[in-house]
Design a protein around this ligand. Structure first.
Ligand code: IPD
Length: 258
């Protein structure tokens, strides 16, 4: 097996283990230990425990690889795993099933592997660059939507950027006749465009751990996605993200100016 094939296979086992571990917390609300990192910035005991278990598994299997995670941070490495242990933490803390574990792998800065597992819905999204994308074993493809007035767009929000940046996008999308939603998991938001459940996802600022898996999954499914990691500081500082079904990508990019 090549080093990428080996890592892809191992990561599929690990993400299922992490998902089951996180689901245990989700189903035992007394154990969640909810705290706030800031306004609307949720943290549960599970976030730290899931990331710690991932770091342990990578140290056992691929001791030379780097790990960057939402909870413990990290930095660049030739072989870099990027994990969001629980994406959609606000949903997780509220008992809403729309949350996931998201794992990306970059080799020499190129996103190669993307894995997203939403255990409460038992949905596993997998992609390897050049090898396609699947959800629960079936090939994925974005929707064939071509008109904004038939599109459902997801617009992500966080308080890392001014509220007006978000509201401007929402207003413009409604102005073109689109249906607008917000699911509160950036990773699943991108995966849903790749799967054709929605037609586009945009957020003016998002962190690398939210999108490291999604960029591979979206590209391999045939969706349009911006080159999130193009700027050197995207890894630690984040960037905008825009993902779209091909038929509305030009209009969506013009609307969002991304
Ligand atoms: C957040 C979610 C949310 C997105 C934010 C992220 P978290 O991540 O993905 O949908 O809009 O930008 O920070 O806090 O749930 O891991």
């Amino acid at each position: 097996m090549t080093e990428l094939a080996l890592r892809f296979a191992a990561a599929q086992t690990i993400i299922r283990e992490l998902g089951a571990f996180a689901l245990g917390y989700f189903n035992d609300r007394d154990a969640l230990g909810i705290t706030m990192k800031g306004a609307q910035d949720w943290l549960t005991v599970a976030d730290g425990k899931v990331e710690a278990l991932f770091r342990q598994r990578i140290a056992e299997l691929f001791p030379g690889d780097g790990v960057m995670g939402e909870e413990q941070g990290g930095g660049a490495s030739d072989r870099l795993w990027i994990i969001d242990p629980i994406d959609g933490t606000a949903n997780f803390a509220h008992g809403d099933r729309q949350w996931c574990v998201s794992i990306g792998f970059l080799r020499n800065g190129v996103p190669e592997l993307g894995l997203i597992y939403a255990p409460a819905m038992d949905e596993l999204y997998l992609a390897r660059r050049g090898h396609g994308a699947t959800m629960n074993g079936k090939a994925m493809a974005p929707a064939d939507t071509t008109a904004m007035n038939r599109a459902t767009l997801e617009i992500g929000w966080s308080n890392r950027r001014p509220l007006d940046d978000y509201l401007t996008l929402v207003r413009a999308a409604y102005g073109l006749g689109a249906n607008v939603k917000r699911g509160a998991s950036g990773a699943l938001g991108i995966a849903h465009v790749a799967l054709g459940r929605t037609d586009g996802y945009v957020e003016v600022h998002i962190n690398s751990w939210d999108v490291a898996a999604g960029v591979v999954i979206a590209a391999e499914a045939g969706a349009v996605i911006n080159d999130f990691f193009a700027s050197p500081d995207a890894l630690t500082e984040g960037n905008p993200i825009l993902c779209a079904a091909p038929g509305i990508a030009a209009d969506f990019r013009a609307l969002a100016r991304i």
